[in-house]
Design a protein around this ligand. Sequence first.
Ligand code: BGC
Length: 792
Amino acid sequence: MNIKELIKNMTLEEKASLCSGKNMWETQNIERLNIPAIMMSDGPHGLRKQVDKSDNLGLNISIFATCFPTAATSACSFNRSLLKKMGQAIALECRENDVDILLGPGVNIKRSPLCGRNFEYFSEDPYLSGELGASFTSGVQSLGVGVSVKHFACNNQEKYRHIVSSEIDERAKREIYLASFERVIQENPYTVMCSYNRINGVYTSEDESLLNKILRDEWKYTGVLITDWGACNDRVKGLKSGQDLEMPSSNGINDRKIIEAVKNGDLDEEILDRAVERILNLVFKCQNKPPYYKDIDNHLLAKEIACESMVLLKNDNHILPIKDKTIGIIGALANKMRIQGSGSSKINPKKVENILEVLTQENIVYKYAEGYSLKSDKTNKRLLKEAIELAKKVEIPIIFIGLTENYESEGFDREHLNLPHSHNHLVEEIVKVNSNVVVVLIGGAPVLMPWVNKVKGILNAYLGGESAALAIVDILLGKVNPSGKLAETYPLQLEPTFGGDNAEYYMESIYVGYRYYDKCKKQVLFPFGYGLSYTTFSYSDITVNKTELSEDEILEVSFKIKNTGNYYGKEICQLYIRDIESSVYKPEKELKEFTKVALDINEEKHITFKLDKRAFSYYNIHENSWIVESGEYEILIGSSSQDIRLKTIIHIKANKDVLSPYDKLQIPSYYDLSNGFNITDYKKLLARELPPQNRSIKRPFDYNSTLKELSHSFVGKFLLLAIKIHIRKTTKDKSNRLMMLRSMLDIPYRALISFGGEVFSPKLAQGLLLLMNRRYIKGLKVIFSKRGRDII
Ligand code: BGC
């Protein structure tokens, strides 16, 4: 197929139509030219293909598919090949169901532990996120299914996600937020999905510097750039900036804008042709898939990944694994397992075991008490009492607690780091009657553990996918030796940097995750890279191929690792680099390599890591490039970010000496974090003033006004009411309703049009907007506003 010829035969209207979706999930087909449609589905930890009613929040039913552990969980495996296998397994389900593009992986950085969507992302560390995202991508694409790496970029909170502007300095953007995408781009993902937010005031879907300059020119990306669902703002500007495909669709409005812009000379037709060419390349690539056969048992693969990902946080007196002891299972989450988060990633699994079923299958005798109700966070006295009585009668009470559905989801952020009160209370009461408590923690993000010193064991099971119960039981009983390590820091408290209404000022610059806690020497609950095993490992004999090298040479770091305990086990060895003396501000250390090694009892292996100059570079904003500074660097080999076992120093000679861009800036708070960050230094770093974070209602309303803003008008209230009724009809699940409402409130009017289908036609939208700009319609106002508030 000669695509260039084909484009020559297309009318302007046909070209414009190809640049937005035909419906929620498909691209436009053009029968006249034999151009087929392609099908996309969420992602990322399983296939969410909807065949009947469609939505982008996981409310309507999707076909049965395997629910793998979510990214927050699988990241703790630090296992590239497992992520690849998971990608392949999901791709096979895509193939079986005629899905061409899987909407994932999500490689956004966990900037704040509060982000409601952290369960869908890998890590606070860009190297780890990038490596795992790349492995997943290569797995999916090896079977002829494309990915959509998302959400590009700096989309690190759900609150105001459609309108927020991430105010960020260029160095943090490059080193922290873009680096994981940059790595995945090396795998040629079929598509990249822009995020909803703006970066420094510009919507990512029309950010020329992000799309054309960085992604296309610098990273040489030739695939298709799609918008997140409803993220298109100015279609013509988007096209000019490198955006190809708007999803789901603008119901023809934006097609007309494209046509008009070409006709009146505002849009060069060549730009449109280039976007069409990329889309057609994708469409035809998707028609030529290699043959496939399926030899994977996905339920077992999901279990294997869960087994490698769960993190043993505490194991005093070797309370685990449990051998010949009477056990009590306490907590509703053991019975009604929470295996994934809510929103567009929600999978409809065929088979989900719970803990009680698995124990019964294994012929393990246990007693069970519910402990708390999943319907409320308040302690249920009767359930608590039953649990205490049970705990008195067994040798080891195993308490299942965690974040429930109302706590974490796409569409909103958490407000604090606490577990539900009834869960903490349950643990506090049980430890009073039994000193051998083991906690199994469920949830997709860090929580505070006020009872941490009172329990003997903690297994962090995260959101383990459909086979979570199988993995948990195997770990508790010692059939599997836990080998996951935390891909994010568990803090002791919520730091002021995150949350609150100033969250969109990325004042902390590059100090994200352990880079922050390390630099200000803050104690944490559990550090990045931490996780226990039933066995022990010893590290020895670090050597390097050279102690003096030029920046273009490869450094090889070798060491030995030995299993010195009594169980077969796997260890995640981590390599961090510390720049001993730098002219720019830098974290204490940064992860630059890792591997997972399997070792029999007494077995020893020799590990070699290779590092190129990128591992030693920082992003210089004056040079607009990655720069290595001459000097000494410490190579640290650790079992966690805070358990460094081996060290050595090397010296690098840079090709040229480059001045620090911060020499004349006077930004002391970035060198010494003891007094926190301040806005004065931050503005110097950005070299500009900050936009006010004004959330007051802007009038007159326009297509970017949010539903919440619009609801301050009479007609807007009515619109909100209609949406609430729609939500009520769509789902009976209260947490789903809450999630949908919370995310709808921040949605801009323009996005409503793209989701509204035929009901919410452009004409109707325009008419309503006119009405909304009239203050109120007398008389009816009160009735509707009251009803609107109460309906959910
Ligand atoms: C989410 C994306 C998802 C898309 C389609 C959006 O709301 O942000 O991650 O892929 O919907 O469901």
